[in-house]
Design a protein around this ligand. Sequence first.
Ligand SMILES: *[C@@H]1O[C@H](CO)[C@@H](O)[C@H](O)[C@H]1NC(C)=O
Ligand SMILES: *[C@@H]1O[C@H](CO)[C@@H](O)[C@H](O)[C@H]1NC(C)=O
Ligand SMILES: *[C@@H]1O[C@H](CO)[C@@H](O)[C@H](O)[C@H]1NC(C)=O
Ligand SMILES: *[C@@H]1O[C@H](CO)[C@@H](O)[C@H](O)[C@H]1NC(C)=O
Ligand SMILES: *[C@@H]1O[C@H](CO)[C@@H](O)[C@H](O)[C@H]1NC(C)=O
Ligand SMILES: *[C@@H]1O[C@H](CO)[C@@H](O)[C@H](O)[C@H]1NC(C)=O
Length: 434
Amino acid sequence: MPHALPPLHWTLKTMSRKKALLLLLLVLSTLSLLIHQSAHLNWSPKPSSAGCPPAPSHRPKHTSVAFLKTHKTAGTTVQNILFRFAERHNVTVALPHHACDHQFCYPRNFSTRFVHPHTLPPRIIASHLRFQPQELRRLMPNDTLYVTILREPVAMFESLFTYYNQYCSAFKRVPNGSMETFLANPLAFYRPQEKFSMYAHNTLLYDLGGDNDHSPADAAYLTRFLRQMEEVFSLVMIAEYFDESLVLLRRLLAWDLEDMVYVKLNMRGPHSKGNISSEALAARVRAWNALDAQLYDHFNATFWRKMAQAGRECVAEEVQVLRQACDRLLRRCFGGQPQLRPATQIKNKELRPWQPSSKVDIVGYDLPPAAGAPPDERCLKLAMPEVQYSRYLLRKQSLRLRRRAMPRHPLPPWGVPHPARPLLLRHPTMPKAA
Ligand SMILES: *[C@@H]1O[C@H](CO)[C@@H](O)[C@H](O)[C@H]1NC(C)=O
Ligand SMILES: *[C@@H]1O[C@H](CO)[C@@H](O)[C@H](O)[C@H]1NC(C)=O
Ligand SMILES: *[C@@H]1O[C@H](CO)[C@@H](O)[C@H](O)[C@H]1NC(C)=O
Ligand SMILES: *[C@@H]1O[C@H](CO)[C@@H](O)[C@H](O)[C@H]1NC(C)=O
Ligand SMILES: *[C@@H]1O[C@H](CO)[C@@H](O)[C@H](O)[C@H]1NC(C)=O
Ligand SMILES: *[C@@H]1O[C@H](CO)[C@@H](O)[C@H](O)[C@H]1NC(C)=O
């Protein structure tokens, strides 16, 4: 019955036409679904007008960070952010050995010997040290990202001059503690061989491991040094653009915005702040600290190039969201913007900032009394000064190590742990209570 069926070629033609139509429909609907989905992924949870990348990022958080904490540059606030992140994510923080105080034996060149053995192997380091990249590489994981912060040298010098007026002999020698007198003839007061002389001359360059007394006439030296720093540091933050710096840091590390909330720490009270108002005086500061001035200008330019790459509008948008997150936390912890207080007025001694001398007033915060309840952990850490937080972290990490070294439940199959566990017993003394 050859005519009962339609001709074969006709069947194929209609079938393929139907199939093609079906296929087209399928492709179209899939495409529209995909477009819808990707739009949803890209712009959730908060739609961005400028089409900026989302915070939180979809990459896993990067947890190995070496933050070179420079002096008088808002570094304590960044350190506090890193300490709190480390605690929340169970990341070990390298902390100084007791003999080194709360800095890694600064102003000596950093050495892995300065690291407390209870804090090995670390993934984060954020305490003061004089930078030695090779030595840090021996300590840190090989995927560590290096980050630091710089501050405009005129404001920074004013801060150093006040903060270290009793520490640094070059400043102490100046009659009436007058910065004008010092700057009129710095070499009359400055002695490069004295212990804390680096606070008086190109302090940023010294912290970064450079020769702070090198002649600025040797342009090749600084060029070489800047190139090395460019290679080591993934991000050089700028204190004058602090929130923008935090946004770039958040993106580099793929952290959440919530990981970046902060209150400013280690600030001077209003009476301890000087004032470099004259252009002539500012020019003298820059001339005396010529290496730092060039270092700053170089990295400020780098910073703004990074901002342009990230998209200024996107960064500005994220800065707004960050500030809102900070405000929310401050309302929860302090009932609003916290009041800055001199140390003597802070009841909780865990929150009293260290005072460099009787002549400078370093202010801090107190938590509002919480009727009998212990203070909120998150709020306490947010406002905790560097010295107390470093001690606390060392105690906590030592305890964790001890527990791991001597598990009670259950006993290991080979019986009671051997009492002479080398790591544990090399430094049996617990850190002093804060
Ligand atoms: C960190 O450690 C604690 C206790 O060991 C554990 O309860 C917690 O889930 C850990 N957190 C993370 C993010 O690993
Ligand atoms: C410290 O490091 C600098 C730069 O690497 C080097 O020039 C200097 O000799 C070192 N100082 C000491 C005491 O080792
Ligand atoms: C980093 O170290 C790990 C192991 O510690 C190794 O497997 C990896 O290849 C190293 N990566 C680089 C880039 O050296
Ligand atoms: C230091 O201050 C005192 C009193 O304020 C003044 O008499 C004296 O001339 C000042 N000395 C110098 C070197 O400026
Ligand atoms: C700094 O000093 C100038 C004049 O000497 C004054 O006008 C200005 O208000 C001062 N600034 C601060 C922040 O005290
Ligand atoms: C940093 O660089 C930007 C962009 O060039 C410039 O506008 C700004 O004045 C510089 N900041 C300082 C404090 O020099």
